[in-house]
Design a binder for this molecule. Structure first.
Ligand SMILES: [Zn+2]
Length: 241
């Protein structure tokens, strides 16, 4: 855990300094429309969140570059759990993740079977059910392993690091799955699926690290275990069903 943080910083919601992760009351003071002054962090003395004045593309590039500052900005200062209702956002991003996962599994199934277009509707229904079960069980295993791992590593009681925070961090940091949308339109090598998986894993690692303030190695092992469990469950189900 960073020396700049203490246990109280893990607990609860609120804005954060993107540099050190310390909680801060407000990020800026607005004097008039378009005229704001960014607040400085009492702990590190730097501007608490310079991303407020940045274009979305700058933030997106920093997210791709896995900068923890960008993840803190997104997880704590944009998707602030205390200020906005995240149920809608979580539901939509969860649904999008589910659909993209389903597309990934359907690609794996298609790679194993024939491309015969004259399949019966019964077979098509069975394939859809297989994809649905695969994604559902895979994600349940993934979230369970992640949740248990974080609780064990942080020796948490239930209130410190809540389920919705973990879920939101995982959903937001899985944005690399959007690449599957491009795969729906253009042909990519089959190995692209696993490259996306690796990027999602590394991005999840940074998000969990920002959320829990654990060491990078611990977060890497944790995410690796969760993704491996999901991967193995998915492939076991593909062979079983
Ligand atoms: Zn700071």
């Amino acid at each position: 855990m960073s020396p700049a943080t203490d246990a109280s910083d893990l607990n609860g919601d609120g804005f954060r300094c993107v540099n050190c992760g310390r909680r801060i009351g407000k990020l800026f003071v607005q004097y008039s429309p378009g005229n704001i002054r960014l607040m400085k962090c009492d702990n590190c003395k730097a501007v608490a969140d310079p991303y407020i004045e940045c274009e979305f593309m700058i933030i997106f590039i920093d997210l791709i570059l896995h900068k923890p500052k960008a993840f803190r900005h997104l997880l704590y200062n944009v998707l602030n759990l205390e200020k906005i209702d995240i149920k809608g956002i979580s539901l939509k991003s969860g649904l999008m993740n589910f659909i993209l996962d389903a597309y990934r599994v359907s690609l794996l199934i298609r790679s194993k079977g024939s491309r015969d277009s004259s399949r019966s509707s019964l077979e098509f229904t069975w394939t859809c059910l297989k994809v649905f079960l695969n994604v559902l069980i895979g994600n349940l295993i993934f979230v369970t392993v992640l949740w248990i791992g974080i609780r064990v590593l942080l020796r948490l009681n239930y209130h410190i690091c809540r389920y919705r925070e973990i879920l939101l961090a995982v959903l937001v940091s899985s944005y690399f799955k959007m690449f599957f949308l491009a795969m729906m339109v253009w042909d990519f090598p089959f190995a692209s699926i696993f490259i996306v998986d690796v990027f999602v894993l590394s991005s999840n690692t940074v998000a969990i690290r920002v959320l829990t303030q654990l060491m990078t190695s611990a977060c890497t092992v944790l995410c690796l275990c969760a993704h491996s469990a999901k991967f193995l469950a998915s492939h076991w189900l593909l062979h079983l069903l």
